[in-house]
Design a protein around this ligand. Structure first.
Ligand SMILES: [Zn+2]
Ligand SMILES: [Zn+2]
Length: 340
């Protein structure tokens, strides 16, 4: 069967691989759609070291093809998505009261084990969630990033009446804008360098858009908030520059969510006096611990628009080309979904 195999930095190939066989407790999924994530691009560019060769792909949807022995709750033909993170269930962190993904034995599909840029992928049955029949598979592939956004917003805690700034409006930022509004934000600022993305942000609910390639976003937001800043600043770009902007946009006593995944070795310089003076709360967010069920429900409700975030749907065979373009920040591409 066909798969995209990453062999080295910028070396992604379309190859024939053996069809995976589900073991006891596992489910084999026929992949219908899989989104390219910033994380995948980190692997591709060597900014996040993973064991190679690897079939990447962790944002996917598909149809149950076969269930392994002992799997009762799922059957062939069901439309599904899957939580890519597999925890051990036995370690200190796995047995804490608050469910999390701090497990030192965590393995993620498409990161540590073969993922879904392939015709088939296998996952433990406990990681599989059914989706409504008729939900477009391309949109369902966005449930994984949506689940991650829910974790981030749970952590930072938006309150009714808050003002929010989203720094970076790629696929994640566009989800964050919509979710912030649902969560009770009354004014959302979208900041990016690319005009097309900002226009889409506006369509999806941003109240004010700021093109940081044309004006200083900090000045723009401060002047619009009577020099106060926003209650919550969300960094959704994975760059230390965007993090700087987020810290500057937050009001005194405000909250900052560092959400974007930066390259593994990137460093971020902070001025501690600014944190002290503003009494800032900075929170991070790691993957999607037990937020999948809720993400499926949110996606099914239609209250978050996923379709407009998908700029390109391409066949799996064009994966290498899509990765290369995205890694060069080709304008006009937002979320690219590959279909085997
Ligand atoms: Zn992702
Ligand atoms: Zn564990």
């Amino acid at each position: 069967v066909k798969a995209l195999v990453l062999h080295g930095i910028r070396d992604l190939r379309v190859e024939e691989v053996a069809k995976p066989k589900p073991s006891a407790g596992e489910v084999l999924i026929r992949v219908k759609a899989c989104g390219i994530c910033g994380t995948d691009l980190h692997f591709y560019k060597g900014e996040w070291r993973v064991k190679l060769p690897l079939i990447p792909g962790h944002e996917f949807s598909g149809i149950v093809e076969e269930v392994g022995p002992g799997v009762e709750e799922l059957e062939e033909g069901m439309p599904v998505v899957a939580e890519p993170n597999i925890t051990c269930g036995r370690c200190y962190y796995c047995r804490m009261k608050d469910r999390n993904f701090y497990c030192p034995n965590i393995r993620a599909v498409g990161v540590d084990v073969d993922g879904a840029f392939a015709e088939y992928v296998k996952v433990p049955a406990g990681n599989v969630y059914t989706i409504p029949r008729g939900m477009p598979f391309e949109e369902a592939a966005l449930i994984e990033p949506l689940a991650c956004c829910l974790r981030g917003l749970d952590n930072v805690g938006i309150e009714l009446g808050d003002t929010v700034a989203v720094v970076g409006v790629g696929p994640i930022g566009l989800l964050m804008i919509q979710l912030s509004k649902i969560w009770g934000a009354v004014k959302v600022y979208a900041i990016d360098l690319i005009r097309e993305r900002l226009n889409l942000a506006k369509q999806l609910g941003a109240d004010v858009i700021v093109n940081a390639s044309k004006e200083d976003p900090v000045k723009a937001v401060l002047s619009d908030t009577n020099d106060v800043g926003v209650d919550v600043a969300i960094e959704a770009a994975g760059s230390s520059r965007a993090m700087d902007t987020a810290v500057k946009l937050a009001r005194r006593g405000g909250r900052v969510l560092i959400f974007g995944v930066a390259p593994q070795e990137e460093e971020w310089r902070l001025r501690p006096f600014e944190l002290y003076e503003k009494e800032l709360t900075i929170v991070a967010s790691y993957r999607s611990p037990y937020t999948f069920q809720r993400a499926v429900r949110v996606a099914s409700s239609g209250r978050v628009l996923l379709g407009p975030i998908i700029s390109h749907v391409m066949p799996l065979e064009r994966g290498p080309e899509a990765f290369e373009k995205l890694s060069k920040k080709t304008h006009g591409m937002i979320k690219v979904v590959l279909k085997p």
